[in-house]
Design a binder for this molecule. Structure first.
Ligand SMILES: [Zn+2]
Length: 103
């Protein structure tokens, strides 16, 4: 990979510290993987609450995030399931109460 002169834009050899065309100092370009910052991958409280309240949104986020931030994606999926479980649990409870009140 060759460096580029910041002053004149000419391509200069890797080991060159001074541009052979304009004579200015060449700062080596950073390899892209060094300046690449990994997106934070940890469960997000806001997204967890959203997944809990709206499980469908949680599953959509799971599919959106699973490649780049699998931990965040799994947390969304988990809270979506918890949301569904609580909703079903409450429905059964409400159903049971209604049934009991009928008698
Ligand atoms: Zn130059």
């Amino acid at each position: 990979m060759a460096n580029k002169c910041n002053t004149c834009g000419a391509t200069v050899p890797d080991n060159a510290t001074v541009c052979p065309y304009c004579g200015n100092a060449v700062t080596p370009t950073q390899p892209s993987n060094v300046i690449y910052t990994v997106e934070e991958d940890e469960p997000s409280t806001g997204l967890n609450i959203l997944s809990f309240l709206v499980p469908v949104a949680g599953w959509i986020m799971y599919f959106v995030f699973r490649d780049e931030t699998p931990i965040k994606a799994k947390a969304c999926s988990k809270w979506a399931w918890i949301g569904v479980a609580v909703t079903i649990g409450l429905s059964i409870l409400m159903g049971a109460c209604t049934a009991l009140l009928d008698y």
